[in-house]
Every structure is written in C-alpha cells, then in structure tokens.
Design a protein. Sequence first.
Length: 236
Amino acid sequence: MSKRTKLIAAFDTNSRSQAEEWSSTLGNTVDAIKLGLEFTYACGLDAVREVSAGHKLFLDLKLHDIPNTVASGLSALAPLRPALTTIHACGGAEMISRSREALEKSFPDEAQRPRLLAVTVLTSMDDAGLRETGVDTTPREQVLRLGKLAIASGADGLVCSAHEIGLLRDALGDKPVLVVPGIRPAGSASNDQKRIMTPTQAAQAGADWIVVGRPITRAVNPALAAQDIMAELASA
Ligand SMILES: O=C(O)c1cc(=O)[nH]c(=O)n1[C@@H]1O[C@H](COP(=O)(O)O)[C@@H](O)[C@H]1O
C-alpha cells in the first residue's frame, strides 16, 4: 500500500503571536509546520525554536550563496533541529555537496539529520517567467536538469511543482523526497502561484509532502481548512 502524502502548513507571517496561535490550533492536525523567510527575519531564531517546539519543522530559508557560506549557514541553523531544510539547486554541485557534508557533521546520527531539499524551479514561475531569467527552456526541463544534479550531489529530495513529479520519479525513482508547494484546493485563489494542482492531484501524482500556506492561514477557520485538506489526502 502506498504511503499517505503528508501536509506541511506554511506559517507565513511576521507576527509571533499569530504563528503561536496557528501552532496551537492546527499544529497537531497537520504533519509538519513550515517557517520561512518572513517569520525568521521578522521574529528571529528563538521564535522559530519556540513556535516549532513539539512539531516537525520544515525550516525553509532557501540558502543560495558560495559553497562555504551555505555550508556554514546550515551548521549555524543546526540547533533548530529541522526535519527538512532548503537550499537552491541552482547554487550548483559543490554548494549542494558541501551542504550535505555540513549537515552530516552537525548530526552524526543519520536518523536525526535534517533532510536536505534542493529547490528546483519555483512554483511561481511559468515558461515566460523562467525565460526572462535567461534560462531558455521549459520549467519541466529545468526541474529535471536541476533535480538530477541535486540528487547526484547529495540532496535527499527536491522542491518542485506537482506537474513535474512523474517526470522526476521516472528519472530518479522513489527514493528522493518530493516536497510540493503550489497546492490549491479546488476553488481557491491561485495568488502568485503558477504551476498549481489540488491536494488530491498532487497525492495521486506521488508527492511525499505538500506545502499549503494561504488556503489554510487566510481561511475564515484555518484549523478547519487544515482538517479538510488532511481528509482530502486520506481519501486520495
Ligand atoms: O520552498 C518552498 O517551500 C516553496 C518553493 C516553491 O517553489 N514555491 C513555494 O510556494 N514555496 C513555499 O511554499 C509556500 C506556499 O504558500 P502558499 O502559496 O500560500 O500556499 C510559501 O511559504 C513558499 O515560500
């Protein structure tokens, strides 16, 4: 039997009290919580530690710099003990392999080591947006290219859209952890996301984790919105 796709709720806010409220009202409904750039820059690392206490943490800081700086940055974040953490795949092979080494050094116990995820092509990019950056190919081709590079260089998994899951599974098999944002329950606004799918579609495509922010956090009742998505995943 295949494993259920798990739900990460993205707590994108600059308010510590708001994040604390979500943590207590829906943190136990979802499988993990994501704290990213907005919350970390606004509230600091102590707040990340406190809001994520008792929950699985996806620390999404999308590091992208020279290999030494990214590896040292990851080592500095180790005390937060995230389950999952991100770097940008386009930082290249050495940046990715040095990141993996840094995490292995900080966590000699492999079971405790945060899973290193490489972000491929952001789900807010479509064909035109990607070409504007000088990458003269489609998001699918670029995701595949970066995905192969990242896994070969030591990433445990990838962040991609649900549209590329099949392609990545064909090329890389079942082992890489695929974490999929750009998820919109039927009828919800796409906002700035371009490559979107519903929770059911992403689960059926084979996502290990989906990431959902605004459809939960901006709902009239965020806890109920999270429960509805969990129910959708259970029946997908
Ligand atoms: O790394 C991510 O989590 C990420 C990668 C990506 O390609 N697209 C993407 O939306 N995300 C994150 O996933 C979350 C999606 O939020 P919503 O669009 O509100 O559901 C945000 O916190 C983004 O930072």
